[in-house]
Design a protein around this ligand. Structure first.
Ligand code: FE2
Length: 252
């Protein structure tokens, strides 16, 4: 019924094809055509307007000169970073807890203990890098961070068995995958802040992937030392020698 080829402000008579009822109307100020590429352009412009209307804004304008103050940051990004710092501390404490389990005299697995302590330090350093990032913008972190007791690793059979180290490596891989996924969410939220995206991409995301690569390789090595057929005692010996290799730095 509508003729999209009319020019602006032109009076047009529009009639319904079945009822033949008609009305005279002034054509809209814009000209639409049924040309497909043009219609796509209109839809694209609408979509871009929708996206720009909802996207977070990076604020770095010259305003008043009252200092110190928060500056050159993106509110959505900053909130995401503040929230993620707790995840990094959580990972650090979890590694520390796991290290304490393997390090006690009744378990005595110095290799995996060393690795877990190093991992705890690395996670803590990630949290500190993020706090440093916030500090460059004058943004404060949270006043307190919670560590949930429920998220402490408690393997059903403890760690003093033929699969203690293997289970710990699998738990570490699961946790690192989760943290990596969350870091990608931070980077996505910080896409308007190039410096933030840079900080979280390298070194932090780079270290996540490198760490996951090493963990998976170590797990494969350990499983390779437990090739079937093997007894429970054989697996315990495999874990013992694997731990010695961890201690000497041959693995991880
Ligand atoms: Fe981390």
């Amino acid at each position: 019924m509508t003729d999209y080829n009319k020019s602006a402000n032109q009076k047009v008579k529009l009639c319904h094809s079945r009822s033949q009822q008609c009305a005279v109307s002034t054509y809209p100020h814009f000209t639409l055509t049924t040309n497909l590429p043009t219609m796509n352009s209109v839809l694209l412009l609408g979509l871009l307007a929708l996206i720009s209307g909802t996207a977070a804004e990076f604020t770095c304008t010259r305003g008043d000169s009252v200092f110190p103050k928060k500056l050159c940051y993106d509110e959505v990004c900053a909130n995401k970073v503040v929230g993620h710092i707790e995840e990094e501390f959580h990972a650090a404490f979890k590694y520390l807890y796991m290290a304490a389990m393997f390090g006690q005299y009744s378990i005595a697995r110095p290799g995996i203990t060393k690795f877990l302590l190093e991992s705890a330090s690395e996670e803590r350093s990630h949290a500190m890098q993020m706090l440093d990032y916030l500090d460059t913008r004058g943004i404060s972190g949270k006043s307190s961070y919670n560590f949930l007791q429920a998220s402490v690793w408690t393997p059903t059979n403890g760690v003093d068995n033929e699969n203690g180290i293997e289970a710990a490596l699998e738990e570490a891989i699961k946790m690192e995958i989760g943290v990596t996924s969350l870091i990608k969410e931070v980077i996505a939220a910080c896409s308007d802040d190039y410096h933030a995206a840079d900080v979280f991409t390298n070194p932090i995301l780079d270290e996540q992937h490198e760490g996951l690569r090493k963990l998976q390789g170590a797990l494969k090595t350990l499983k390779g030392m437990k090739v079937n057929p093997i007894t429970r005692e054989g697996k315990m010996v495999a874990e013992y020698f694997f731990d010695l290799k961890l201690q000497s730095g041959e693995i991880l």
